[in-house]
Design a protein around this ligand. Structure first.
Ligand code: SF4
Length: 317
């Protein structure tokens, strides 16, 4: 499989670019995800011209004040320098076809969620800011999946993020093949169960869009579909929604199963629904029956293998 281009805060790869000359290597990123992703490292503070080591900085601005990036000891204002660099860098990154970005948490440049914003005097702070580069990136690329290193330790967030990275790659690959209306129907059909596991209502909206697709100019149709696809997958595939999908799948070979097989499968789905076993347990049995009864429609469903099994993402959700 061709590696998927994903941006990453450079210090997470082990590059010694932090203000104190150190790094924040994340082994899951460097040892596991690197087997599937080709990383594009970005260190906003070094790339905008600051040295290593350098004075630490933070976001300043509460109570409706504009947020500034200031060094902590000398109060140097780096906001304009950083924002000018951000505007150029995000345009450069457009050429990299990134399918995701992993940001370093808590950083006033790279942090994505709950970065501290301080009162100018430093006496109080709120955890609701976003690093300046992370803000510029998400504004320029609202559909590219983004996540932080710390949150990747949460099995549910990790599975959702990685699933979206692979989905973005599938969508980009599809677009690169000069798609027509017929191939959009095929794409949509193959994603059906995956989308239903995330956002059944949006699946209906997408279905109506595809049904009317011939009346819509091609570029507009693809742009609208791509938006809906990535937005739908942002919703979590909950146990309840996955259970509905598993029961739906069972309908395709219910008649082929013996009463013992049917009872066993229902029991395993119920155990998953009761949080006693992870998603991979009912799916393993289902895949066995899909092979056994050669259900070709289900074989083409992305839902069954949306990312490599070796990542074991469904062993914990
Ligand atoms: S958090 Fe961002 S700005 Fe800070 S060292 Fe890492 S990559 Fe550079």
């Amino acid at each position: 499989m061709e590696p998927i281009p994903v941006g990453v805060s450079a210090c997470l790869l082990g590059q010694e670019v932090r203000y104190d000359g150190g790094h924040q290597r994340d082994r899951y990123i460097t040892d596991t995800l690197s087997q599937y992703f080709s990383f594009v490292p970005v260190c906003p503070e070094v790339e905008c011209g600051l040295p290593v080591p350098r004075e630490a900085m933070r976001l300043v601005g509460l109570d409706g004040e504009p947020v500034r990036l200031l060094t902590i000891r000398s109060g140097q204002d780096l906001t304009d320098t950083m924002q000018d660099w951000c505007q150029h860098r995000v345009e450069d990154l457009a050429a990299s076809d990134l399918c995701g970005f992993i940001f370093k948490k808590d950083s006033p440049s790279s942090g994505l969620h709950r970065v501290k914003r301080y009162h100018p005097g430093g006496q109080s702070s709120q955890r609701d800011g976003r690093g300046l580069f992370a803000a510029a990136f998400t504004e320029r690329f609202p559909l590219i999946p983004v996540e932080e290193d710390g949150r990747l330790n949460d099995a549910r967030l990790r599975e959702n993020f990685i699933e979206r990275v692979f989905a973005m790659k599938r969508w980009r690959d599809y677009l690169s093949e000069n798609p027509d209306y017929r191939s959009l129907i095929q794409f949509h059909t193959a994603q059906k169960l995956l989308i239903m596991a995330h956002h059944p209502e949006k699946y209906q909206v997408m279905g109506r869009l595809v049904a009317k697709g011939k009346e819509i100019p091609r570029e507009r149709l693809l742009e609208r579909y791509g938006h809906l696809y990535m937005e739908a997958l942002e919703s979590f595939a909950t146990v309840k929604k996955n259970t509905n999908v598993l029961q739906h799948i069972m309908g395709y070979f219910r008649e082929d199963l013996s009463s013992d097989e049917k009872a066993e499968l229902l029991e395993v789905i119920e155990e998953y629904h009761s949080h006693l076993v992870p998603l991979t347990v009912p799916l393993t049995l289902i895949k066995h029956y899909i092979r056994k009864f050669d259900v070709s429609y289900l074989k083409s469903q992305v839902y069954l293998s949306p990312h490599p099994a070796e990542l074991m993402l469904r062993n914990r959700v």
